[in-house]
Write a protein that binds this ligand. Structure first.
Ligand code: ATP
Length: 262
């Protein structure tokens, strides 16, 4: 009989087995396997449209699966309810979703999974403040989010995910369209989270400043897993032909040479 993963100390925090998903009747994920172990940092890479965001969104329940199975902390996702254990940073869209709110209000929303939608107590307010400090935004606590730069807004979204003190962070392109200073802050924040024992799954276009943190890379192409193993640099970019990659979130899209990532 197989030894259960949990008793080997390797219970995955995320496990996708042969997961398929469709968007608008179009197959976008075509049977992907993806595993994130406890304390592991996994980068999900691939060209535009390869299915990275869709994979992430199936995990957090925003896109239904048409086949296969997803487990979170060993529980089938359909039955998973412990969302305070998961911090999710969606792909950044507009600065404020049109709703007037302060930085503190947005970050406090991330705490609701812990308060079960009750009022924030002192420990909750402290957690919100700590999350803002981690991303270097405490001095902007009372600012309207509409007034923030793209990088500052991204830091706020990350603070919102951290406010629940999650064990698992799922981030969709946290570095996209973010200025260098904010990238450094995000890298530092992630380092601290990983040091404290968090597990991380993040969509990236380039490993960039996060490279030293990445344990493993899963590369998607056309909704299938093309590579699962060491990050691309380690397997040799030249071994796999690249092509120009245009980032959709860049204000002025420019081609990047990204080898295996394209
Ligand atoms: N609502 C939708 N309806 C139909 N097709 C969609 C929808 N959203 C995305 N798609 C298509 O699904 C495919 C996968 O999209 P997805 O956003 O998962 O890719 P991605 O790898 O995250 O790309 P990017 O790097 O551009 O963010 C793309 O071809 C996209 O055009």
């Amino acid at each position: 009989m197989d030894t259960p993963e949990a008793t080997r100390g390797g219970e995955p925090v995320i496990e996708l087995r042969q997961v398929s998903a469709e968007l608008g009747a179009r197959p976008v994920l075509r049977g992907i396997d993806l595993r994130v172990g406890r304390r592991e940092v996994v980068a999900l890479l691939g060209a535009n449209g390869s299915g990275k965001s869709t994979a992430i969104r199936t995990i957090v329940g925003q896109v239904p699966v048409t086949g296969g199975e997803i487990r979170l902390f060993g529980t089938p996702r359909r039955r998973f309810r412990q969302w305070s254990r998961v911090g999710y940073v969606p792909q950044r869209t507009t600065a404020s979703s049109g709703v007037p709110a302060t930085v503190t209000e947005v970050v406090s929303a991330g705490r609701l999974a812990r308060t079960r939608f009750g009022p924030l107590r002192r420990a909750d307010r402290e957690a919100v403040h700590h999350a803002l400090e981690q991303v270097g935004m405490a001095q902007h606590a009372g600012d309207p989010v509409e007034a923030l730069s793209g990088g500052q807004h991204q830091r706020v979204l990350i603070a919102r995910a951290l406010a629940a003190e999650p064990e698992l962070l799922i981030m969709d392109e946290p570095m996209a369209g973010v200025d260098l200073a904010s990238q450094e802050v995000l890298a530092r924040t992630l380092r601290a989270q990983v040091g404290a024992g968090s597990s991380v799954l993040l969509v990236l276009h380039e490993l960039g400043p996060l490279e030293p943190l990445i344990d493993r890379a899963v590369v998607l192409r056309d909704g299938c897993v093309l590579h699962d193993g060491p990050p691309p640099e380690a397997v040799g970019q030249h071994a796999l032909p690249g092509h120009d990659h245009v980032h959709p979130h860049d204000p002025a899209p420019r081609p990047l040479r990204s080898g295996l990532l394209s």
